[in-house]
Write a protein that binds this ligand. Structure first.
Ligand code: AN0
Ligand code: CP
Length: 317
């Protein structure tokens, strides 16, 4: 495996989940695989879970792990070619990438959508520059359009907790004070579309996501209707994808917050969220603290999803 961005990069998803569950039984079983191999995690944006779980995954595999926070301590990077660099950016990504690559064997990249230019974001310009100019395997740690390590961890979690062969999984938009990327809901839809689940997306009108990720998923604009009979409720805020509102907040409607009343419409569903979450915007205290909340085991599975991906990359070196 040379790259991770979409679910299809993992091949047969069921096999990938089974492999992850095997790894979870003994996460140190492949300690030899990463000997004298170095993992570099490059962050253009903040992170708690991805930063810790991805390093931990690399260490489980016996790798050396390094983290670079581009915006804290490194030189400010220019990312557009052709710019006269007379501003505050001291180095170009086109030099920085091959230099970073010369010190490592595998690279993880976090670079969120910037919402300045939809094409720049949706072409995954930054991640693709890493792929092109590093010559090393590259995986997304949430790039402009996708967060596959999160969606893979979510799928592993659903597999662990499901009580029926084909559970109903509802991804619901919920309000948030700041504009957030579409990467998490995009990848969740991408993975759920390939999984053995009855998948429904619910959001206010105007929040339609990219077809590339939504494909044939069911859309239900009435949240209460969507939640009926749900076995898993996956809450997330995202900003608008569709033109001319790309990257904008269209609604802060608090009636979309996942509350005890909303959960009462479901089949005693589990509650999921990738975290970080704003309480009493996305979800009430009561729901996130309830026994049905999976947010902590879900986050813990980030170590397992990352380890499965990095293991496959190491096996292909
Ligand atoms: C980010 C997002 O919504 O994409 C990261 C989530 C994993 N969230 C925030 O910036 C709050
Ligand atoms: N879920 C997730 O990716 O969290 P961080 O942004 O803290 O890494």
């Amino acid at each position: 495996m040379r790259k991770l961005l979409m679910a299809q990069d993992l091949g047969d998803l069921n096999k990938a989940v089974q492999e992850a569950l095997e790894i979870k039984k003994n996460r140190y079983a492949y300690k030899q695989l990463g000997e004298n191999k170095t993992l570099l995690c490059v962050f253009f944006n903040n992170s708690l879970r991805t930063r810790l779980s991805t390093q931990k995954a690399g260490m489980n595999l016996g790798m050396n792990t390094m983290v670079l926070d581009v915006n804290q301590g490194a030189w400010k990077l220019e990312t557009e070619r052709g710019v006269v660099m007379d501003g505050d950016k001291s180095e170009h990504l086109l030099e920085a990438i091959p230099v970073m690559a010369s010190f490592c064997d595998v690279i993880g990249v976090r670079s969120f959508a910037r919402f300045e230019n939809k094409e720049f974001d949706y072409q995954e310009t930054i991640l693709n520059q890493f792929i092109k100019y590093s010559g090393k395997p590259v995986f997304s740690m949430e790039s402009a359009t996708a967060h596959p390590l999160q969606a893979f961890a979510d799928l592993i979690t659903i597999e662990e907790y499901k009580k029926k062969e084909r559970p109903k999984v509802v991804m619901t938009w919920a309000p948030h004070p700041r504009a957030l990327p579409q990467a998490v809901p995009n990848s969740f839809a991408d993975f759920m579309n390939e999984a053995n689940v009855d998948f429904v997306i619910t959001h206010p009108k105007g929040y339609e996501l990219s077809e590339k990720f939504v494909r044939n998923a069911k859309i239900e604009y009435d949240q209460d209707k969507a939640l009926e009979g749900a076995d898993f409720v996956y809450a997330k805020n995202w900003s608008a994808y569709q033109d001319p509102h790309y990257g904008q907040i269209l609604s802060k409607d608090m009636s979309w917050t996942v509350s005890t009343e909303k959960m009462a419409l479901t089949n005693n569903a589990y509650f999921m969220h990738c975290l970080p979450v704003r309480r009493n915007m996305i979800v009430t205290d009561d729901v996130i603290e309830s026994p049905q909340s999976l947010v902590i085991p879900e986050a813990a599975n980030r170590e397992i999803s990352a380890e499965t991906v990095i293991k496959r990359i190491l096996e292909s070196l």
